[in-house]
Design a binder for this molecule. Structure first.
Ligand code: NAI
Length: 342
């Protein structure tokens, strides 16, 4: 999607020099945690979208400069900055999509679950404000552990009486982006063609790439399946270790989050052909939340794509059963946290 944004601009700039200042659609997007490692490059990528008319950047600090800087890009959207809880309501008013990368990232040796105590409270507070100010918005949760923060968000929205399961998303796009990249490298395929569905959750073994469902169809040896699966599951840790204390994935995450924002914008704009893997309320398994491919439409999730889970290989079937207890526990931990706070 981002590639096509670039391509469209390059083509149209000669014929229509005014194009860049006129949005094609007028959606408003808010980023909460916009001054952070993910927030800044994500805001830049969203600023490039011709479907966005207003970009609201919220953080507890350092967001004024980010907004001033971005506002000089000659792309359509107007950039506004909002600092601290007293400006949070204004940041959310009238917004169509809220993206939440607020919170602390991992350091070497930490699991995503180690972030729970800090990020659970941050997500709870921010989603309460979403419920009060833009209850109809699509909510994209990036803050980890996604396997727990999405159930927390759902509980908060239920408590406020505005929960719409079709509009609450845990962003797992980075797992798909990584799977596509690693498979293309390993099998010498053209990157742009490769699409691997990734299901389950977003931590360790709960991340389950369905390599047998790779498009275009490609065969793997058992050893390749084992290596690729483990690499995709541990790719976040690869970055955490390489950054050696300076945080976790930010640039690839921003790219992935921008792809999911762009897909959501296209769906909101009426495009009838938008599919993404994402962590949502689900009845595809016995777990209440599960990442799978979904069809997106104007009202959020239109349908869950169940066919990916049919005809799994023995390896995938075992991995699916193995991830369920951990994912279930993470979901229940999130629900229990939100109910205790209520
Ligand atoms: P960061 O520390 O660079 O940025 C976080 C930002 O959140 C900071 O600017 C901070 O001021 C802000 N913040 C903290 N409390 C806030 C509050 N109450 N309201 C608004 N903003 C607040 O962290 P980074 O690297 O951007 O990561 C953010 C989150 O994203 C982490 O939880 C990380 O684990 C998660 N993540 C998720 C991925 C995914 O695939 N879903 C991938 C990579 C990271």
């Amino acid at each position: 999607a981002l590639r096509s944004t670039f391509a469209r601009k390059a083509q149209s700039s000669e014929q229509r020099p005014q194009y860049a200042l006129q949005p094609q659609a007028s959606f408003k997007v808010a980023v909460l945690g916009a001054a952070g490692g993910i927030g800044q490059p994500l805001a830049l990528l969203i600023k490039m979208s011709p479907l966005v008319s207003a970009l609201h950047l919220y953080d507890v600090m350092n967001v004024k400069g980010v907004a001033a800087d971005l506002s000089h890009c000659n792309t359509p959207s107007q950039v506004l900055d909002f600092t601290g809880p007293e400006e949070l309501a204004s940041a959310l008013k009238g917004v169509n999509i809220v993206v939440i990368p607020a919170g602390v990232p991992r350091k070497p040796g930490m699991t995503r679950d180690d972030l729970f105590n800090i990020n659970a409270n941050i997500v709870k507070t921010l989603v309460e404000a979403v419920a009060d100010n833009c209850p109809d918005a699509f909510i994209h949760i990036i803050s980890n552990p996604v396997n727990s923060t999405v159930p927390i968000a759902a509980e908060v929205l239920k408590q406020k009486g505005v929960y719409d399961p079709k509009k609450l998303f845990g962003v797992t796009t980075l797992d798909v982006v990584r799977a596509n990249t690693f498979v293309a490298q390993k099998k010498n395929l053209k990157l742009i063609d490769v699409d691997v569905p990734v299901v389950g959750g977003h931590a360790g073994i709960t991340i389950l790439p369905l390599l047998s469902k790779t498009m275009p169809s490609v065969s793997f040896t058992d050893e390749e399946v084992g290596d690729l699966t483990v690499r995709i599951q541990n790719a976040g840790t690869e970055v955490v270790e390489a950054k050696a204390g300076a945080g976790s994935a930010t640039l690839s995450m921003a790219y992935a989050a921008a792809r999911f924002v762009e897909s959501s914008l296209r769906a909101l704009d009426g495009d009838g052909d938008v599919y993404e893997c994402v962590f949502v309320e689900s009845n595809l398994t016995e777990l209440p939340f599960f990442a799978s491919r979904v069809k997106l439409g104007r009202n959020g999730v239109e349908s869950l794509i169940s066919s990916d889970l049919q005809g799994l290989t023995e390896y995938e079937q075992k991995a699916l059963e193995a991830l369920k207890p951990e994912l279930k526990a993470s979901i229940e931990k999130g629900v229990a946290f939100a109910q205790k706070q209520a």
